[in-house]
Design a protein around this ligand. Sequence first.
Ligand code: PLP
Length: 384
Amino acid sequence: MNKIVYFDNNATTMVSPEVKEAMEPFFTELYGNPSSMHQFGGQVKKHLEQARARVASMLGCESEEIIFTSCGTESDSTAVYSALRAFPDKKHIITTSVEHPAIYNLCKYLETQGYRVTYLKVDQEGMIDLEELKNSITPDTAIVSIMWANNETGVIFPVEQAAEICREKGVLFHTDAVQAVGKIPINLSRTKIDMLSLSGHKLHAPKGIGVLYVRKGIKFVPYLMGGHQEKNRRAGTENVPYIIGLGKAAELAVANLEKENTYVAKLRDKLEKGLVERVPNVRVNGARSPRLPNTLSISFEFVEGESILLLLSDYGICASTGSACSSGSLEPSHVLLAMNLPFTFAHGTVRFSLSIYNTEEEVDYVLEVVPQVIKKLREISPFA
Ligand code: PLP
């Protein structure tokens, strides 16, 4: 196997060495239960609260507005179910047609349970229309959930304006910010966002730790019921080492935000420009919309995204496709379909997502390999 070039950071990220180091004592030395009465547990509680304060500081909110969960998916489900249970007479949900399955499939399920869901459309650049949002809100709307940034294209939605619209109409607003946190500036104190989900493993903390921000004063109904942890808002003994890791990752994310938007953005732009110059018949998805600095979704006409990934993998290059394999047929992702991407492009979509740990040499290597791979695949494609 060649050296690994990891350009799949929207799928998951490496745990930072500093994060790993911060977590270590909490497995074998400081292993007390933060809810215990003794000082041994109390000591752990102090560290846990420090981690909470670090996450709150990254988001520009108060510590008590942070609830630790097990992942982004749990945070998303908790937010939506909370709104539905807090307002049991309201049976309408608004979301977008390009959400991550954590929200999208939940909404599909809720449709089978008597709820009506409006999926806001996106244009060819992957952007929503706030007028459609305004016109979709009714007195029956329990919650609006719009992702901050799309995991496939990196397109950034105007969630702050969307939250203003919802506040004016008296509707709760949740955002799935799993891909946005650590990549773009976020200051919740200046927004009308009521709930926000994030996931540790997208910002160099481990898999299996998430956060739900819940604005002080809003109606909230817990998802997991049981013990009194998290001020009765999320039962279950806290995953202390991972929470400590997330606290450290939050601190690093704040320190590295500028690098994300200069260094990483420059690498992504070089990759994008290089591929567009070297490979004919390509299309950059969401190129005319505001985008995350690290994400490139690019479609190569007349080739299969999966075949590209398999060949790239032989060269040690890790990326992702915009397609999902469903029931034996290779369907393009619902995100690309919602953007009305022509069929011949949608199938050949690859997502490269970078991080601060990537280098210019890696970009040069990918720029050398990808054109060869596409040429080879097009030579055997029955469509090209
Ligand atoms: N939301 C978005 C936008 C994501 O990209 C992901 C993960 O890919 C999730 C939610 C789910 O997060 P987790 O893997 O922590 O459940």
